[in-house]
Design a protein around this ligand. Structure first.
Ligand SMILES: CC(C)(COP(=O)(O)OP(=O)(O)OC[C@H]1O[C@@H](n2cnc3c(N)ncnc32)[C@H](O)[C@@H]1OP(=O)(O)O)[C@@H](O)C(=O)NCCC(=O)NCCS
Length: 239
């Protein structure tokens, strides 16, 4: 039977070209991925910090000794998402947080309840940290996220120490290959804390060499002070 009366050349041409279009699209995506990879080789805005697994291992089941009035715990089902969002909003540079965003971007990403930590002072939420899994078939990778301390509770080493290492120790416990965090190069208090506690700069793009050179130059006096403090402490038999 002749169906020439129903023949629609545009539709037929579209049908015939569909596989071709799909394979062109795939090729284009592959090229875009390669371009992105290449750009990433030259430039990445944030710096990457490596948390060596042997350091994290020390904090598995660690008993945190906090200043009086402070308490650290994992979020549970009754967690106050609004208080968490308000805390993250104090930074101003972490984007706009709401209870829903905390739930979708943090709570639902946690691999176990201990993958996040909340610091309370007399029942008020004053600090938080969390982590996510970004593993690939080749590498079990954990990432530290959203470390934040209310400005009136900063400058107490034990607080930042507990918040940072408690949420990452879980990756050492689960035998992850690598644990990292990303941060802005201007966040010197955070970077100073990481570097003075054995964490290492990752040189993950050409630009990162410049960034780390600048950061180390700015932090040199503080890092040297921290180092001599530690060695005096050891020489006095405190360890
Ligand atoms: C990062 C953060 C948790 C650290 O908290 P903290 O260590 O309790 O308190 P501070 O921010 O006051 O930093 C204090 C330490 O940083 C050092 N520091 C601060 N500014 C510094 C600078 N410009 N250069 C060198 N060192 C600096 C201080 O010497 C101090 O170290 P010390 O205790 O050994 O003397 C806190 O600053 C914060 O919540 N910042 C906003 C969010 C953020 O940046 N999160 C990290 C994202 S990865």
């Amino acid at each position: 039977m002749c169906r020439s009366g129903l023949f629609n050349p545009v539709e037929e041409r579209g049908k015939k070209n569909l596989p071709e279009l799909q394979s062109n699209r795939k090729l284009l995506m592959k090229i875009l991925e390669k371009v992105k990879y290449l750009l990433r080789f030259f430039y990445h805005k944030q710096v990457q910090i490596n948390f060596p697994i042997p350091i994290l291992r020390q904090y598995i089941d660690y008993k945190w000794h906090l200043p009086e009035g402070y308490k650290i715990c994992s979020p549970d089902a009754n967690v106050d998402l609004k208080a968490w969002a308000d805390l993250l909003n104090l930074d101003g540079q972490f984007g706009q947080w709401t209870s829903e965003k905390v739930k979708s971007d943090i709570v639902s990403q946690m691999i176990t309840p201990d993958a996040a930590s909340l610091m309370f002072f007399k029942n008020h939420l004053v600090g938080c940290s969390s982590s996510i899994d970004q593993s690939s078939p080749k590498c079990k990778l954990g990432i530290g996220m959203w470390l934040m301390i209310n400005p009136s509770h900063r400058g107490k080493r034990k607080i930042v120490h507990a918040l940072t290492f408690r949420s990452l120790a879980i990756f050492a416990m689960l035998n992850y290959d690598k644990v990292v965090a990303f941060t802005d190069a201007y966040r010197l208090p955070a970077i100073y804390f990481y570097l003075s506690n054995g964490c290492l700069p990752e040189y993950d793009s050409l630009y990162s060499f410049i960034q780390w050179w600048r950061i180390k130059k700015r932090l040199k006096p503080a890092l040297e002070r921290a180092k001599s403090h530690k060695s005096n402490w050891r020489n006095n038999g405190a360890v």
